[in-house]
Design a protein around this ligand. Structure first.
Ligand SMILES: Nc1nc2c(ncn2[C@@H]2O[C@H](COP(=O)(O)OP(=O)(O)OP(=O)(O)O)[C@@H](O)[C@H]2O)c(=O)[nH]1
Length: 610
């Protein structure tokens, strides 16, 4: 077997530089552009982390733009998280090397909303302070900044250092939320079904439904990544706790099987945005909410047209696509427009898509439209400013940047949930450990313990090996041939990043459960609504999956492998994965949908290293 050629840091650096320059539309080199690892090291001395690598113009955390507001301010719309102390990072690194991983009990996968957002901790979010038209713009900005600082002070007063998870410190992004909430008639809160309570801040629900007196539709997204009984259980849990919610299930990528094997090479194929499961349910929820006050018949017809197009062509395009007009692509969160007090102004229903980074807001929007109108990326924080689109003449959609609300969830889980940009992590190993303690990782990843590295290849794990998170990364680096460029040692950092991205993409699937699920599994497995969820997930039967495998195998190219390596090397650029998917091969052995252990993806094929 030929040894994989390491992808050198120099190559990586060059590639990154080109990408960034292209993104900025600038020419000429930037003396301060550095590769990710150098950036990380330098970043230790800074006061805040940021989602992007070029940080030469980094504003300090909480230091919001005041006077120099320009469209080209590179930090204006970025995710800003509070930097962790060097000691904390070092402590975790040490733990990853030393702590032997122990499988956690199934019961520990249960998580309640109170665990994440305990009421007594005042985990709210920044609100726009009262304002009126006579105020000067500068005056308003100052007031907002003061209010934001007060919000942070009060939050920190109730939550000792180290107890809060990462949350958004960029006031600009909160301003985008305020604008979207002001202009929306109905709020679509989008969450990832694998861990919906992480992304459901009760304070937001209360604000929208009680203070703003608006309706909220909770979109349980990515249901293709979760066993159907668990989808039902989460839906039941959330609607019981929050009765005013309209709850719908959704997937932009139906037909993905639970059990897959990681494709040998990354494939490119067009995502059929008009194949999503769930637009009709969102439309019905809107019909119920508007109760005839908005004419939604054009939306209904559009959905019917899409269904016919998909049915007849398999990859149909929407005849009415040209009717979708981009109305406004704006960075004008600071506009002093009136909060839309009047619902359904001019007979138009405005739907605001909000949610945490990476939950699939842009994908939901594209799926509703039936084609790509906004770009999609697996890098959290991709959407930087809100954008509005007419779905039909009477339905307007508004896509908001992802927002991380303050919570008390484990930071490791935040990383796995895609909330923190993996490429910016200074310590990815404990997140790998968190994942491994909750998944049968050795069999799943087909790992060989590093202590066997000097043994002949036919010597296998005995099952008694003690694994640390570091060992897992080491073994994965070995398995994938990730080597450092200079010494050709196993590139453990890259392996850790690769594992975390597998988790985020749902290829190693960790689904949390609502309280009581373990005892009630039987009830959910035989629930009468199960068939509806399975239909929405669009699961293919074995025969169909097999056919698709062959097609995709045939499409593989050496470019794909290179691409996979590039993405492993760095995902901090705003890559658009709209037209890119892993051509996942279906494992023939179907699994029992409800068991957590069988929802794990077997990510390596037997022949992968051939
Ligand atoms: N399996 C699966 N993946 C999805 C689905 N929807 C979105 N994704 C993936 O999730 C990632 C994030 O999707 P986006 O639509 O960019 O998410 P977003 O919430 O707009 O992200 P931000 O721009 O960070 O706020 C992408 O890699 C998508 O391909 C889905 O229904 N199923």
């Amino acid at each position: 077997m030929p040894r994989k050629k390491p992808f050198s840091n120099k190559q990586k650096k060059k590639q990154l530089q080109v990408k960034r320059e292209r993104k900025r539309g600038e020419t000429g080199s930037h003396p301060n552009s550095r590769n990710a690892s150098v950036e990380r090291a330098a970043g230790r001395d800074r006061h805040s982390d940021t989602s992007d690598s070029e940080t030469t113009d980094l504003r300090k955390i909480n230091q919001q733009p005041i006077t120099r507001i320009t469209k080209h301010d590179p930090n204006r719309f970025r995710l800003h998280f509070e930097k962790e102390s060097k000691e904390d990072v070092e402590k975790r690194r040490k733990m990853a090397r030393e702590k032997v991983l122990e499988a956690v009990a199934e019961k520990e996968l249960e998580i309640s909303i109170e665990d994440v957002y305990p009421e007594e901790n005042g985990l709210s979010f920044p609100r726009r302070p009262p304002w009126h038209y006579r105020m000067q713009r500068e005056e308003l900005l100052k007031k907002e900044e003061r209010s934001f600082r007060e919000f942070l002070d009060s939050l920190h007063a109730k939550n000792p250092p180290g107890t809060l998870s990462h949350f958004e410190h960029n006031l600009e992004t909160w301003r985008q939320l305020w604008r979207v909430l002001e202009m929306s008639d109905v709020v679509l809160l989008i969450v990832d079904i694998r861990h919906p309570v992480l992304q459901f801040p009760p304070s937001l629900y209360k604000y929208v439904t009680a203070d703003l007196q608006k309706q909220m539709i909770l979109v349980l997204n990515k249901v293709d990544l979760c066993p159907a009984p668990l989808v039902l259980a989460w839906k039941h849990y959330l609607t019981t706790l929050y009765p005013s919610l309209h709850c719908v299930c959704f997937t932009s990528h139906p037909g993905q099987p639970y059990s897959t094997i990681l494709q040998k090479k990354r494939m490119r194929r067009k995502v059929g945005w008009n194949k999503a499961g769930g637009p009709i349910h969102i439309m019905r929820a809107c019909q119920e909410i508007t109760a005839g006050r908005v004419d939604l018949s054009s939306w209904e017809k559009k959905i019917q047209r899409d269904a016919i197009a998909v049915g007849s062509e398999g990859d149909g395009t929407d005849d009415g696509a040209e009717s979708v007009v981009m109305e406004h692509q704006s960075d004008s969160a600071l506009e002093m427009n009136s909060p839309t007090q009047e619902l359904y102004k001019d007979g138009v229903l405005t739907l605001g898509c909000i949610g945490f980074p990476n939950v699939g807001k842009s994908s939901v929007l594209n799926s509703l439209v039936g084609r790509k109108v906004v770009s999609v990326s697996r890098t959290p924080g991709h959407t930087k400013y809100f954008q509005t689109y007419y779905l039909t003449p009477t339905v307007k959609l508004c896509d908001c940047p992802g927002l991380v609300f303050p919570s008390r969830v484990d930071k490791q889980l935040q990383v796995l949930a895609g909330i923190y940009p993996v490429s910016q992590l200074r310590e990815p190993y404990t997140s790998v450990g968190y994942l491994c303690e909750r998944t049968p990782f050795v069999s799943l990843l087909n790992l060989r313990h590093p202590s066997l590295s000097d043994q002949p290849p036919d010597v296998h794990n005995t099952g008694a090996e003690a694994w640390t998170a570091w060992d897992v990364c080491e073994a994965w680096a070995e398995r994938r041939g990730y080597k450092t460029a200079k010494a050709a040692r196993n590139d453990v950092y890259r392996a850790a990043n690769s594992l975390l991205r597998l988790a985020m993409d749902g290829r190693v699937c960790l689904c949390l459960r609502p309280p009581g699920y373990t005892e009630q599994t039987d009830q959910w497995e035989s629930h009468p609504d199960l068939a509806e969820i399975i239909a929405l997930q669009g699961r293919k039967d074995e025969e169909e999956s097999g056919e698709r495998d062959e097609e995709e195998e045939g499409e593989s190219s050496s470019e794909g492998e290179e691409e996979e390596r590039d993405r492993d090397a760095d995902d901090d650029d705003d890559d658009d994965d709209d037209d890119e998917e892993d051509g996942a091969k279906t494992e023939k052995k179907d699994t029992q949908a409800s068991s957590i252990t069988v929802n794990m993806f077997s990510v390596l094929g037997e022949n992968e290293c051939e």
